[in-house]
Write a protein that binds this ligand. Structure first.
Ligand SMILES: [Zn+2]
Length: 176
């Protein structure tokens, strides 16, 4: 059987956009499945949220903590999927990459950034903002942030980071 062609970051973002249900949250499990990757819950315990592992038979699987919230599990799936695409060599050789709380290495930062792009595709966000009758420069207040976080099933922190990276006007106040 031929090997599936290596998927690029652009493929992943494009597919994520297609998987945005009703223009909102992306079904990340289905998205992983499209890449031939299965997702399992795993009792990691404290400190680890997810991992990606390549088995001896070549199958790639994503494991997420069974104790995390849905928003965090979704982020972990997107993050591990990002590793599978961005850090394929590492996944191929190390066999497992774990996601722990205080790891701020470059590959973790890269995976987080792509995870944010997968969970909140630019087109889906721009559609959402339009439907709220806001323009690109409008101030995104805390109630809109809350609405976006709920619609895209992400934490408010992830929503804020993503919106700022897309140059939306999110004021620097705390959203307690
Ligand atoms: Zn990671």
């Amino acid at each position: 059987m031929d090997k599936a062609p290596a998927l690029t970051k652009e493929d992943l973002i494009k597919l994520a956009e297609e998987h945005a249900q009703d223009g909102n949250s992306v079904d990340v499990v289905k998205l992983a499945n499209r890449f031939g990757i299965k997702v399992y819950e795993y009792p990691f315990g404290e400190g680890v949220s997810g991992a990606v592992r390549k088995k001896e038979n070549g199958e790639v699987s994503i494991y997420i903590s069974d104790q995390d919230s849905v928003a965090r599990q979704r982020f972990s799936i997107a993050h591990e999927l990002a590793h599978a695409v961005l850090h394929k060599d590492l996944v191929d050789s190390h066999k497992v990459i774990k996601r722990s709380k205080n790891d701020f290495s470059n590959i973790e930062i890269e995976a987080n950034k792509l995870a944010e792009e997968i969970l909140m595709p630019e087109k889906a966000i721009s559609r959402f903002i339009k439907e709220e009758n806001l323009d690109k420069n409008a101030e995104i207040n805390s109630s809109i942030i809350q609405k976006i976080a709920e619609a895209f099933k992400v934490s408010t922190m992830v929503a804020i980071i993503r919106l700022r990276n897309l140059n939306y006007n999110v004021p620097y106040i705390s959203y307690a």
